[in-house]
Design a protein around this ligand. Structure first.
Ligand SMILES: [Zn+2]
Length: 367
């Protein structure tokens, strides 16, 4: 069941500490009043589709609900046509090879995600989000949807139409989130491998800078430090900067992907698409991994990866730093810090590397 913006704006936390921390409370109540008035007007003038979406009593997808109502007003039809035309334009510009029909019908398939190979994120579906035209229509500025946790207390897909309305106001500071224990949560330190010591962060699905949500349990997952900082943050910054520079809006959807009954997500799919212009759009997968550490996604348990030492003649796939003459495993944290111009992907024998004057990195011990 989705928590709509009205519920979101009017809800209070059962925890008095949380409630007192909710700096946006009064602002939201006023905004809520305005929205209620607007929604009533919409409803009375026959634009009932938005109401049905916001009070969607079932777990049916939004697209299906729209189709079933068959109740487009002239305004909605016009908007739909406009959205479709824009979507066509965007799709044509970015990926000429893929017909638009296939794009709109495409669905995310975890099986298409390659195994982690040293990059914190990979592009999915040629960087085209999986939004349907109906979804594009349903998101009005300020919409934020955080579904309830599932039976295993796991987060679902969160949505926001990110814009000046959804972002925290100037001078606002992040509230405490330490009381939330996302599914699979464990407090565990790896001082020798992770800069900030702790393997897991409470990862905001919709970053605080975009949605302003603090201790919202539907927006926090157990994510590695690496997922948070190297995977998700650069994309959040991209969206945040775009909104700050233009005052425009971005359809933004984050899906944590859990395999079976696992409690820790394998990663998150982030989809973003500018509403007012076609200057920003992406669809990416961020891996919930931590280089050098093995995670049991079913429970959240973890351990340091045991490296087997390859004999000199064995073929290895490593990343070389041409500047420091060090060889690294692709998932070594140092690879992330390496300048692109110094990076070289190497496939060959350790012997060959030694001949070229390369030494094994002391951090990841590749051979
Ligand atoms: Zn290394």
């Amino acid at each position: 069941m989705v928590r709509t913006i009205l519920q979101k704006l009017n809800r209070t936390s059962p925890d008095p500490i949380l409630r007192s921390n909710n700096l946006r409370g009064s602002m939201r109540s006023r905004l809520g009043l305005v929205l209620v008035t607007c929604l009533c007007c919409f409803y009375l003038t026959g634009c009932s589709i938005l109401m049905q979406l916001l009070s969607n009593p079932s777990d049916k997808p939004i697209a299906a609900t729209i189709e079933e109502t068959g109740n487009y007003s002239a305004m909605n039809t016009e908007l739909a046509t406009q959205a479709l035309t824009e979507a066509n334009n965007i799709a044509t510009k970015a990926t000429k090879a893929i017909p638009v029909k296939e794009l709109t019908e495409a669905k995310f398939d975890y099986a298409t995600i390659p195994a982690f190979a040293g990059e914190a994120s990979v592009v999915v579906n040629n960087n085209v989000p999986f939004f349907t035209d109906a979804e594009r229509l349903a998101w009005v500025p300020g919409t934020e949807v955080y579904p309830d946790l599932d039976a295993l207390d796991r987060c679902g897909t969160v949505y926001a139409c990110v814009g000046p309305e959804s972002m925290p106001g100037a001078g606002m500071e992040r509230g405490a989130i330490g009381m939330v224990k996302p599914s699979g949560w464990q407090t565990v330190k790896y001082s020798e491998l992770i800069e900030d010591l702790y393997l897991y962060n409470r990862c905001h699905l919709i970053g605080w800078q975009l949605g302003g949500e603090n201790a919202n349990e539907s927006n926090l997952i157990t994510g590695t430090r690496y997922l948070n900082m190297s995977g998700m943050l650069p994309y959040e910054n991209q969206v945040g900067d775009y909104v700050k520079q233009t005052g425009n809006h971005v359809l933004y959807r984050v899906t944590p992907y859990f395999v079976g009954d696992e409690l820790v997500a394998r990663g998150v799919l982030i989809e973003a698409e500018a509403v007012e212009d076609a200057t920003m759009r992406f669809c990416v997968w961020c891996y919930n991994v931590q280089p050098g550490i093995e995670i049991n996604y079913a429970t959240g348990d973890s351990n340091i990866v045991e490296r087997t030492i390859a004999p000199d003649a064995e073929i290895v796939q490593l990343v070389l730093n041409k500047n420091t003459k060090r060889a690294h495993l692709p998932d070594c944290p140092s690879v992330n810090d390496m300048k692109e111009k110094n990076k070289e992907f190497f496939e060959g024998t350790v012997e060959e590397l030694k001949d070229r004057g390369y030494k094994a990195c002391g951090r990841c011990n590749p051979y």
